[in-house]
Design a protein around this ligand. Structure first.
Ligand code: C2O
Ligand code: CU
Length: 449
């Protein structure tokens, strides 16, 4: 549990600016000049390898007292920063991460959404942890562009809540260049312990959200600029209902077609295209884990402040595939029933991890997984080591093909997913409300060679 060492009100006045971390001059270039986009994100880690096709960084997890809005949190951090360093690679790059555990407890690092070999997953079964004082070198190749993240997968709810998480961006060099590439990692602060357990509480009215560790920051951009906003929901249990924005990507890179609005479940990512004419605010709408959209006023998450005056620019020429959703083959290979309640605990198929019966499938086998939710709370389903296509949610196919690794399962709802079990190992499948997962709402998929 987070310990508040000292609590005082945030000083009134100007919201903090989101810092520009790199870009040629530290300022945002005018949109017409040839340039790299200005990168606004939690500070990057130093790349230790001069080879442009290798990203080699060091991450140290250690106790760290951090502060937000005058509240000091006796938490943890990677490299002394919350969120942890932003890792930026390009498709095809080798990623090498030297992990040091300077925590007084075991930990792991899991690369959420990235297709890594099982030995690098920081999870799975049996799971090898990094003991206190221990080190581990993670090595994998990134083969899919998108916005991913990393976090521990041991005592997960507590370790993530204390500040251990960061973004991993995989760039596609063929993408059109925005003026600003923003990485915004969201978390909840002062999250009441009860919230994770009691679906009847409205999270929106109980917690504050931070954006890259800041409350209600300002992103200043030149009018006429296009911002590619990469959002990561690193909250243990909070949902972000964002409406009105143009969504270009979900968990696994570009969507097949742009969409409007997104609900980010815990663990989810999305990318938005902001075409800045005048300034605007990015708001979240009240949302409950007991059934979704709730009544109440929107609350500001951050402000985008336009400098100067210009008409909103045209959308960038993103390479949307336009593919329709695949037809549902009709059969079900694996059925998972999510059930439970705050009082009884959370289960999959009536089982509590690690006392689970593990389905075995052959490498290369196509699978249809159906996740049913018989509980009074929504649960984000996450599968490790693979991507899946969402065939339908409560019987309705998505508007276009949707490839994900994390998908929300509505209260009393049913989600059907298609994938090919193409990565050998014993992989975790679980709810990404971390208290539910740690409470046992987790199971495994054994993909055998
Ligand atoms: Cu982001 Cu199994 O987790
Ligand atoms: Cu859950």
């Amino acid at each position: 549990m987070i310990t508040l060492l000292a609590a005082c009100a945030a000083p009134p006045g100007e919201p903090p600016p989101l810092p520009v971390r790199s870009g040629d001059s530290g300022t945002i270039a005018a949109p017409s000049e040839p340039r790299r986009p200005a990168l606004v994100s939690p500070a990057a880690a130093v790349d230790l390898d001069p080879d442009p096709d290798v990203l080699h960084v060091a991450l140290t997890a250690a106790p760290h007292a951090w502060e937000v809005a005058g509240i000091r949190v006796d938490g943890s951090a990677y490299n002394g920063q919350v969120p942890g360093p932003t890792l930026r690679a390009r498709i095809g790059d080798a990623v090498v991460v030297d992990i040091t555990n300077a925590l007084p407890e075991a930990t792991t690092v899991h690369w959420h959404g990235v297709r890594v070999p099982i030995a690098m997953d920081g999870a799975g079964w049996p799971m090898e942890t990094i003991p206190p004082g221990g080190t581990f070198q993670a090595r994998f190749t990134v083969d899919r562009p998108g916005t991913f993240w990393y976090h521990p997968h041991f005592d997960t709810a507590h370790q993530v809540d204390r500040g251990l998480y960061g973004a991993l961006i995989v760039e596609d060099p063929d993408d059109p260049l925005p003026d600003v590439d923003l990485v915004a990692v969201f978390d909840t602060v002062g999250e009441p312990e009860a919230m994770a357990h009691d679906p009847h509480l409205v999270d929106a009215s109980l917690t504050d959200w931070t954006v890259n560790g800041q409350l209600d920051p300002v992103l200043a951009v030149p009018a006429g600029a296009v911002v590619r906003a990469r959002l990561v929901n690193a909250s243990n249990a909070g949902y972000l209902d964002l409406r009105g924005d143009t969504v270009i990507a979900h968990d696994q890179g570009l969507l097949a077609a742009p969409e409007e609005g997104v609900v980010l479940a815990p663990g989810d990512r999305a990318e938005l295209e902001w075409r800045v004419g005048g300034g605007f605010t990015v708001n979240r709408h009240p949302y409950t884990v007991a059934g979704g959209v709730a009544h109440g006023d929107p609350v500001r998450l951050l402000e985008v402040r336009a400098e100067g005056a210009a008409d909103p620019p045209a959308p960038l020429p993103w390479a949307f595939s336009g593919a329709p959703p695949s037809a549902d083959p009709g059969r079900t290979d694996i059925r998972l029933l999510f059930s439970g309640s705050p009082e009884l605990g959370w289960e999959i198929d009536g089982q509590t991890f690690p006392d689970v019966v593990v389905p075995q499938v052959a490498l290369g086998q196509p699978l249809v997984i159906e996740v049913r939710n018989a509980s009074p709370a929504i649960h984000p389903f996450h599968l490790h080591g693979h991507t899946f296509e969402v065939l339908s949610v409560d019987g309705a196919p998505p508007p276009s093909q949707r490839i994900e690794d994390t998908v929300d399962v509505p209260v009393h709802g049913r989600v059907r997913l298609a994938l090919v079990a193409d990565n050998p190992g014993v992989w975790m499948m679980h709810c990404h409300v971390l208290a539910h997962a740690d409470g046992g709402m987790m199971t495994l998929l054994d993909v055998r060679e």
